[in-house]
Design a protein around this ligand. Structure first.
Ligand code: ADP
Ligand code: MG
Length: 598
């Protein structure tokens, strides 16, 4: 089936998450008009105007935190620094160098984005707390430079009389007009961040946030995704800062210090860092809250702090999360979809080597988890890799999928050498896997989990949003979970989460599927269902390497069995020969056959 025909075959009634975002476009246009009309009633100067201006420009920067922290799960404590870089770009460019506002803004945003990408590059070597420390250091360096490079930045005195942009007929020197400009930019940014969440890139970011290892084996370039998240976040920070400089005409280093980064972070977390609307809400609240609490006089700061802490402790998803979690509906998705392609195309070149592994070794210090293992999975076959606990089966799959570097040996997929390829690169070439310890993307729905599988780079329909949804639903149909498509994956039973993993792998239309102990943790009924599922997959000619120590399951489906013991291959052949091999029986039962039967 051609890919265009397939896209067209996806029913129009499907609620396609990425298409839903585009539906916001007319409402965005309407809202912008509404803002422009409303802002003509705004005061042209004064206290209220300044407060709204501050909230609007901050909120643009906070939207950046939604991308990097909310979507991609990378904590950045330098958002005020990016905000400051944007502001100083405008300040220095428009006053000292007399550049037009827009040009100065572009320079500021460009510098901020460049440093954001550089911070993202640091994530190659550092993760978690260490990366957070690097962002703090960067924040401190920016503050030091802004304060001490007096020749460029005017030092602690700051920059005064920053002009606003001038467009013929717009009178942006008037407060209410400039506010309207800021609000329009804010709305476009909010819309972009909201749309991003349901785009392919946004899903990749959320996958990285929820499980980096699973993301990489789904074909996502984890490093590139993080760099992009940092870059977009810094860009939005710089944009907010640049508009801030125009709004207040005066900037100084203390406005962009570490404490402000914490304020921006608090705004995001308070409102809900998973959504740009949450960020908007949090920013508005945190700008207004001090005003509301003013009557408390001396104890105002304590009450303010306590209120923020209470909200964050009791509402981990922020205020916006409280609203959306209530409204979340786990309705099934109606409509028919084309079946999985693996069901319609039986393996043509059956019997040819699909995955060839030669002399594979993996040593952990002195422990030889794998020691010169040869194994060839043939196209269209179900190949079982069995062996006692700790014999190296999971290590074998981890090396084959690129999560571990082999100590020695070669790995070829469909004739191509992949020994040095990154995990996402192997997935792109058609390798898919599931995990012994389930690795699903917990913050996402069942459908979104499987869509990430369908979006595997190299998959025929990866670039077509509607077909991706169709393919994901087809995979869910295959494992019988269509009815749960809109549920959060964490609300499913353990057995069903395994099925989500299998569906995620199937949606990518893999050439070879590696299953690591799919029966682990399942009860007897579930094991029976899994056996039936595997027989159906086998019937469709999918090439599978299954790891298990449940002989029952293996005997039902395997065409070929390889046995490992202490990292060495001790048998390889047809199920009948291998299962009656005395060495295998001894390895399995830990003693000679006669004793075992006695
Ligand atoms: P299996 O999946 O067959 O039960 P594994 O491949 O998980 O076995 O483990 C094989 C051996 O390698 C075990 O002795 C295990 O402790 C060791 N091992 C596995 N992964 C690591 C690791 N990341 N670091 C050190 N040792 C490991
Ligand atoms: Mg294992």
């Amino acid at each position: 089936m051609s890919s265009t025909a397939e896209a067209a075959a996806a029913p129009a009634t499907l609620s396609v998450p990425s298409a839903r975002a585009w539906r916001g476009l007319p409402s965005l246009a309407l809202a912008i008009v509404a803002v422009l009309v409303a802002s003509s009633f705004a005061p042209t100067s004064g206290y209220i105007l300044n407060m709204v201006m501050q909230a609007a420009t901050y909120a643009i920067g906070v939207a950046g935190l939604v991308v990097v922290l909310g979507y991609c799960g990378q904590i950045s404590l330098a958002q005020a620094a990016f905000f400051g870089l944007g502001a100083y770009g405008v300040g220095i460019g428009a006053t000292d160098y007399g550049l037009p506002f827009l040009v100065a803004l572009l320079i500021g945003v460009g510098v901020a984005t460049g440093f954001g990408i550089a911070l993202g590059l640091a994530s190659l070597r550092l993760g978690g707390h260490y990366l957070a420390m690097v962002t703090i250091s960067f924040q401190q360096i920016v503050t030091l430079v802004l304060t001490n490079w007096i020749g460029l930045t005017h030092g602690p005195d700051g920059i005064k009389s920053i002009p606003r942009p001038s467009f013929p007929g717009l009178h942006l020197d008037r407060g209410d007009h400039y506010l309207a400009l800021c609000l329009v930019v804010l709305m476009v940014v909010t819309w972009y961040a909201w749309r991003l969440k349901t785009s392919r890139l946004g899903r990749a970011m959320q996958a990285v946030r929820d499980n980096e290892i699973a993301a990489s084996t789904c074909g996502i370039d984890v490093f590139r995704t993080k760099v992009l998240a940092f870059g977009i976040s810094a860009l939005l920070g710089g944009l907010g800062g640049g508009l801030f400089a125009g709004a207040f005409a005066y900037i100084s280093p203390d406005q962009f210090a570490f404490g402000e980064s914490i304020v921006l972070l608090t705004m995001a977390l308070l409102g809900g860092v998973q959504s740009p609307f949450g960020a908007l809400l949090g920013t508005t609240l945190l700008v207004l809250l001090p005003e509301w609490l003013r009557f408390l006089k001396n104890i105002y700061l304590a009450v303010y702090g306590a209120a923020v802490i209470l909200i964050m402790v009791f509402l981990p998803d922020g205020l916006w999360g409280l609203v959306t979690n209530r409204l979340r509906r786990a309705t099934p998705i109606e409509g028919t979809v084309p079946p999985l392609p693996l069901l319609s195309q039986r393996a043509s070149a059956s019997g040819e080597p699909a995955l060839e592994i030669a002399g594979l070794a993996k040593h952990f210090g002195g422990l030889k988890a794998l020691d010169g293992v040869d194994l060839t999975v043939r196209r269209g076959a179900v190949h079982a890799l069995i062996g006692p606990n700790g014999s190296g089966k999971t290590t074998f799959i981890n090396v084959a999928t690129g999560l571990y570097r082999p100590t020695a040996g070669r790995i070829r997929l469909a004739g191509q050498d992949l020994t040095a390829a990154a995990p996402h690169e192997r997935t792109r070439r058609g390798l898919a896997r599931t995990f012994q310890n389930i690795r699903v993307f917990r913050g996402m729905t069942v459908l979104e989990n499987v869509m990430i599988g369908a979006e595997r780079p190299g998959n025929d329909i990866a670039e077509q949003p509607a077909a991706v949804v169709g393919r994901a639903l087809a995979a869910l149909d295959f494992v019988g979970l269509r009815g749960d498509a809109n549920r959060l994956v964490g609300t499913l039973s353990y057995g069903h989460q395994r099925y989500v993993e299998i569906a995620r792998a199937l949606a990518g239309n893999p050439h070879v599927l590696l299953l690591d102990e799919p029966a682990a943790g399942l009860n007897m009924t579930e094991k029976g269902e899994l056996g039936a599922l595997l027989r159906r997959l086998k019937g469709h000619g999918l090439t599978i390497l299954i790891v298990d120590h449940d002989m029952n399951l293996v005997e039902q489906v395997a065409d070929h069995i390889t046995v490992l013991n202490f990292g060495r291959r001790i048998a390889d052949g047809s199920p009948r020969d291998v299962l009656s091999d005395p060495d295998v029986i001894a390895a399995y039962l830990g003693e000679p056959r006669e004793n075992a039967l006695a």
